[in-house]
Every structure is written in structure tokens, then in C-alpha cells.
Design a protein around this ligand. Sequence first.
Ligand code: MRU
Length: 376
Amino acid sequence: MKPSFLKKEILKEPDKADSIKAWFWTEKGLYLLDQRKLPLEEKYIFCDNLNKIRTAIKEMVVRGAPAIGICSAIGFVIEFKNFLSSLKSEEILIHKVEEEIGKISNLLVTARPTAINLSWAVSRMRKISLNFLEKFKEKINKSELKQLEELLEKEALKIWKEDIEANLAIADYGKDILPEGGILTHCNTGALATGGYGTALGIIRKFYEKNKKIKIFVDETRPFLQGARLTAWELYKLKIPYTLISDNAAGFLMKKGEISAVIVGADRIAKNGDTANKIGTYSLAVLAKFHNIPFYVAAPSSTFDLSIEKGEKIPIEIRPSKEVLTCHKSKIAPSKAKAYNIAFDITPNELISAIITEKGIIYPPYEENIPKFITP
Ligand code: MRU
């Protein structure tokens, strides 16, 4: 549903957008649903420049690997537009435009380090810009730059649309792989974390439509509570029943036979299948292995980083300790307590039963099979 303040605006969005809207892109800028406030408040934050969008990504107003990739591409367009309107003369030196493209790209890719989708999307935008600029010698005029702006806008929409299509294909492949019974998911991988529909949560959505004989377990995902606040909110909006559990409950539920599969998303997948995802994913994979339960990863091809051989090379984000020391702004530890907020972990490939992508389901041995599906 469109919020009432946007009723009259021209919205830029691909065809198959989801009913759950993590953002709206209009002529004026980007309206981001503030995910820090969900599920208590459904409020949009307005971003009309790069700094605002970068800060929103850094502070997790918008989060989830594919979502921050798409929002970076949109941020790229918005800032390029601002640059164009700031130009005083009719012509500008090419190297000045290149400098601006470099600045925009750097600021966006450094907003968060672990999800590869961010630099993947920004490098697509950068490539469009540099290929276009190559056609000119020393100078370029405003109307030519306007053409580049249009190309950039098209590319950002394409990145968004491709992600939705990838999610729908992932859901189609994944719906046939899940067993009946209890399905546990971690963090949030739904429409809020992607261009729409979701990856792991998309599969759960599709599987539920096909076969109601499942019990969806959502873990809280401390400290940011993506499970309790975001996945639970999405399932509630979709009218899909779920049961929330504390992060600590997973092992014992597996022992009791209440969980028949675990499915999660990914922030970066190395060439050998090692997977970076929200902290706590590794623990679930170890527990699943111990209890002989399949452990699945669902991700679009934009999440693979074939330049990284193994998971240990993936940069892991360390976030502010206050996220661990508080819960919804209330202090939960003594005043001078110290905390270590390691935001992601790496699940080694041997703990992963299959990786579900839009190109098909990849099974081990991953070193051999990933290149058959994912090309650089
Ligand atoms: O810190 P976040 O909330 O951005 O982390 C998100 C995750 O770890 C998701 O599982 C991942 O990005 C996949 S989203 C489809």
C-alpha cells in the first residue's frame, strides 16, 4: 500500500513489486521504510542526497544484502542528478565527471562491508557511466549528461527488477526442496531485505502456498532482532502463521524433532560455497549437522563473490556495541559494560546441504558445481 503522502507522486518501480514496500522511489527522492522502528511504527524516511542514503544504509534504516545493493544504485542516480543540477556552466571537463562518479561509488560501497551486493550494484552503475563517458574527448555538455542520467536510472530499475525476478525463480526452485514439518529461518530475508518477495523467506512463502503442512519457526536474531521485528512483521502482513523462538531455543527444538530444515539467506558466498550471513547462522548450521537436519542457503547470483576463494577472506562487519547493550533503546546491561557486536559469521561449505539460486539448486561439491551455475 502506498502511504497517503505519496498518493500523487510518480513512482518509479518495476512491474512485479511486492505488496510489502521497503521503499518508494519518486521524482523527489527515495522514501525508506525505517526498519529500525518496525514493527512498532511504520514510518518512511526521505532521502534526497547521497549522504542521507549512505547514512540510512549504515544505520540500517534499510538492510539486507540485495536491498542495500538496489538502494545504492538508486542513491547513485539521485546524487548524479544533484551533481547535474549543481553545474553552473553548460559544459564540464570529462575528468571532473569521472571524479564525481568515483566519489559517489566510494561513499556507497563503504557504507557496509560484508554484503557483496552493494559493490556489485555500484560497479554496474559505475561501468554504465564510464562506458558512456568514453565516447567524449575532453568536455561534455549538460544535455549529454542528461542522457547519462537516463541510462543510470534505467540501470537502477533493471537491478531492482532483476532482483525481484531472481527471488521469484529462487522460490520456485526452493519450494520443492523443503520437507514438511518445522522450518526454521534466521534474520530477515523477505521483501524488506530484497527488491521484493524475498530469498529464504520467499521460498517459505511459496512453500506455504503449496503445502500448508509446515510450521514456520522464526528466531529473534539478536541484537538487531531482524527475526522478531521484521520477519515476524512480514509474515503477519502476509497472514502466514509463524512461531517466534528465542535464538537459544533452536538446538533443543532440533533435538525434540520439531525442526525438519533450516533455511537462511546470505550476504556473500565465496567461490567454494563458504557463506557469510547474519551472526548466529554458523551456530544453526553446526546444530543442524549434529541433528542430521538439512541446512539450506538461498541467494541470488549477485551474492556470490568469485574473487574470494574461501570464507575466511570475507570482511566481517563489527557494529556499534550499543546494539548489544540495548534492546529497543532500553539498557539491558550495567552502565559500563563492554560488548562485542560482530554482525556476521561464516558458515563453512561442508555444513551447507544446498545453495538455492535463481539459476538452479547448487549441491556439493561446491568448488566443482558453483562455476557451472555462476559466472564472473
Ligand atoms: O545486518 P543485516 O540485517 O543487513 O543482515 C541481513 C542478513 O544477514 C540477511 O540474511 C542477508 O542479507 C540476506 S537478505 C536476502
